[in-house]
Design a protein around this ligand. Sequence first.
Ligand SMILES: Nc1ncnc2c1ncn2[C@@H]1O[C@H](COP(=O)(O)OP(=O)(O)OP(=O)(O)O)[C@@H](O)[C@H]1O
Ligand SMILES: Nc1nc2c(ncn2[C@@H]2O[C@H](COP(=O)(O)O)[C@@H](O)[C@H]2O)c(=O)[nH]1
Length: 185
Amino acid sequence: MAAHSARPRLTVLSGPSGVGKSTVVAHMRKEHPEVWLSVSATTRRPRPGERDGVHYFFVDDGEFDKLIANGELLEWAEFAGNRYGTPREAVMDRLDAGEPVLLEIDLQGARQIRESMPEAQLVFLAPPSWEELVRRLTGRGTEAPEVIERRLEAARTELAAESEFDTTLVNTSVEDVANELLALM
Ligand SMILES: Nc1ncnc2c1ncn2[C@@H]1O[C@H](COP(=O)(O)OP(=O)(O)OP(=O)(O)O)[C@@H](O)[C@H]1O
Ligand SMILES: Nc1nc2c(ncn2[C@@H]2O[C@H](COP(=O)(O)O)[C@@H](O)[C@H]2O)c(=O)[nH]1
């Protein structure tokens, strides 16, 4: 009989901007605070209410360059004009300690994780429809119209890559999807 790996799972949650990834993860963590989510570094400016070290580590371009040069990022990507990356050490520490890890990252990052950690499970969060995705992204009210356009352009590519993922969850109900994601982890 094949032995099961003792290593806990790394789960990657991806999906187009505005589909509801952060909302689903926040809901899940409210019910299950023990679920550990990696905090990414980004060159994007904070949105109102976002806190450094909680939602992201907000860094400037020079600091991001250093993170790359020092090999401190497990993966990184440029998305809609800003850079985002997963700090390597915190993720590896968690996995080495036997704890599951959740990353909420874009398609480019998910592909990098697939390459470097093939045992990771990749979960795609899909919108109920294109119209609903546009409604959510626009309705969030956090981006200027030209940024929304860039994100929707990226969304077409991301939606076309759904088959690269191990599992698709359709975000119709935040509560249902949060439960499904928890079960997968
Ligand atoms: N199931 C749902 N039904 C209706 N609205 C939803 C649902 N899930 C999320 N939303 C809303 O959609 C908007 C976008 O959600 P959220 O910010 O979580 O998306 P995201 O995928 O994390 O986006 P990004 O990748 O840009 O960070 C928010 O206003 C959120 O309240
Ligand atoms: N490749 C990575 N993508 C990331 C990371 N952290 C977040 N993201 C993704 O970026 C977009 C935009 O996020 P927003 O907060 O500006 O709306 C979204 O798809 C995130 O999932 C990361 O470390 N690496």
